[in-house]
Write a new protein. Structure first.
Length: 310
């Protein structure tokens, strides 16, 4: 009978839908101890011992298959940081932490090979056991960092390392802005970027910004710039609570900052489009849309809450 045949098909469709939902949501409910830094780490060049800040600045560089672009970025960053150290009469110190997000090339080796023979600071490297995502890599680096200030800087060096000083001024204690986090922003370059980009990239970008504005409001124009500076206490509170592992983690940071009363200020920075991006525009857009929708849903209904761990 036809009715009897409909039941198995309905059951199969229901099972398939349940399986799809489980597959989509599984990554959002990782049961691994979120404060355990070594759970997803394959190897490190140093012993991770989180504690009180012991250097002025930690630069966290997430890297995935960046064997070509990373050495140039590190050479420029280390030269600048060494120069600041020499000129500071002992008031400035730094470390750079490269987090290799499960690369299939020699990114980890390239990071270690970039150490300067007479470098004033320490270049450290962490290699993750798999490709977990940029947000996850930054989280690992931030929680391992020892700086009073924590800078997230992309491995392509698209933003000049000297723009760090613009972000630092915003976070100074005597600043009237009372900021805990400074987001580097390319919003002031929007018009010139639109002229250079392909039309379909502009459509995707406008759509993305509209969705982000709907979720977090319009007080932050550029959530995705890979150049951000955090006071250590604010940065560690934010990243300890972070759930999203991939490209949309910056949006979750804004939501978390609002819940934790952490003030974010947007600061214009320079930006150069460096060839060699590993971002697949189509797949990344789909994942980001899914993440943005779910992060809003989970925080709205109390499924996710900021961590209470100090």
């Amino acid at each position: 009978p036809r009715g009897a045949m409909d039941i198995p098909w309905a059951a199969l469709v229901a099972a398939a839908l349940v399986g799809l939902v489980v597959w989509l949501l599984a990554a959002y409910f990782d049961r691994t101890d979120r404060s355990a830094l070594g759970a997803h780490v394959a190897r490190t060049s140093f012993q991770v011992k989180p504690g009180e800040p012991s250097v002025t600045l930690s630069v966290v560089v997430p890297a995935y298959n960046e064997v070509r672009r990373l050495p140039h970025m590190l050479a420029e960053a280390l030269a600048y940081l060494d120069g600041r150290t020499d000129a500071s009469a002992g008031s400035f110190s730094y470390e750079v932490i490269v987090v290799d997000d499960g690369s299939s090339d020699r990114t980890y080796a390239a990071a270690l090979a970039s150490r300067r023979r007479n470098g004033r600071g320490e270049l450290r490297a962490i290699q993750l056991a798999g490709n977990y995502g940029k947000g996850f890599a930054v989280r690992i680096g931030v929680l391992a960092a020892r700086g009073q200030l924590l800078l997230m800087a992309d491995a392509d060096g698209a933003t000049d390392i000297r723009d760090l000083e613009r972000l630092e001024r915003v976070l100074q204690k005597d600043s009237e802005l009372d900021a805990d986090v400074a987001f580097g922003s390319r919003h002031h370059l929007k018009e010139s970027a639109m002229v250079k980009r392909a039309w379909y990239r502009n459509i995707l970008m406008h759509g993305f910004h509209l969705i982000v504005a709907t979720v977090i409001g319009r007080h932050i124009n550029d959530t995705q710039c890979g150049f951000k500076l955090f006071r250590a206490d604010a940065g560690k509170r934010l990243f300890l609570s972070l759930h999203l592992r991939r490209w949309a983690f910056d949006v979750e940071l804004v939501i978390l900052a609002r819940k934790l009363n952490i003030n974010i200020i947007e600061v214009p920075v320079t930006f150069t489009d460096v060839p060699g991006s590993k971002l697949n525009l189509v797949t990344a857009s789909i994942v980001m849309l899914r993440d943005i929708f779910l992060v809003r849903l989970f925080y709205s209904f109390g499924v996710w809450r900021p961590s209470t761990t100090p």
